[in-house]
Design a protein around this ligand. Structure first.
Ligand code: IMP
Ligand code: MG
Length: 189
């Protein structure tokens, strides 16, 4: 039988300078967050809103570790800005399927960097009168924050480096890596 080359030893992997968070560490932390969220929400039947595309892998693992009833929905937004920096000018590409008034909302994000994208999104969601809104992000780069934001659940605080993998991309590539890694600077400069 011919051994198939997996993404971990492919050309994608060779563009990664180093692994920042390994798959094992990611999955342990996601399971911990899942336990905490399950306890906090219990009978509230929250709606988890996944922000596409970067949040898809985190949502998939997070929901599998939840043991309370919940719904999921998706929003896709594009934030205008340069290749590695957002501007806060956001366009909704795909909106929610359902009305969220009176619901308990948990926004599931891949990463909060400047905070511009999330600030816009929260303002937009609040105008729809949900009962509560909380935010769960896998990664946060506090050193880069431009707007004050309260984040309820944070997987990992990371330094100011551009990361890919576990849903996060550069130019739409690297999302399928099962770890979070720092890209070689020559790839994006
Ligand atoms: P913010 O508006 O600056 O907080 O940017 C948030 C969005 O920028 C995230 O949802 C990502 O799509 C993208 N982003 C920010 N930092 C990174 C990174 O290190 N790697 C990949 N995408 C990132
Ligand atoms: Mg995102």
């Amino acid at each position: 039988m011919v051994k198939q080359e997996g993404p971990q030893d492919s050309a994608l992997h060779r563009d990664v300078d180093h692994v920042l968070i390994s798959e094992d560490v990611l999955l342990d932390r996601v399971a911990q967050l899942g336990r905490q969220i399950s306890q906090d929400y219990q009978e509230l039947n929250p709606l988890l809103i996944c922000v596409l595309k970067g949040g898809y892998m985190f949502l998939a693992d997070l929901t599998r570790s939840l043991c309370m009833r919940h719904g999921i929905d998706f929003m896709a937004i594009s934030s205008y800005g340069s290749g590695t920096e957002s501007s806060g000018v956001v366009r909704i590409l795909k909106d929610l399927d359902s009305d969220i008034s009176g619901r308990h909302i948990l926004v599931v994000e891949d990463i909060i960097d400047t905070g511009n994208t999330l600030a816009y999104l929260l303002e937009n969601l609040r105008s729809r009168q949900p009962a509560t809104i909380r935010v769960c992000t896998l990664l946060s780069k506090p050193a880069r924050r431009q707007v004050e934001l309260h984040v309820d659940y944070v997987g990992f605080e990371i330094p100011d480096e551009f990361v890919v993998g576990y849903g996060l991309d550069f130019a739409e590539a690297y999302r399928n890596l099962s770890f979070v890694g720092v890209l070689k600077p020559e790839i994006y400069s």
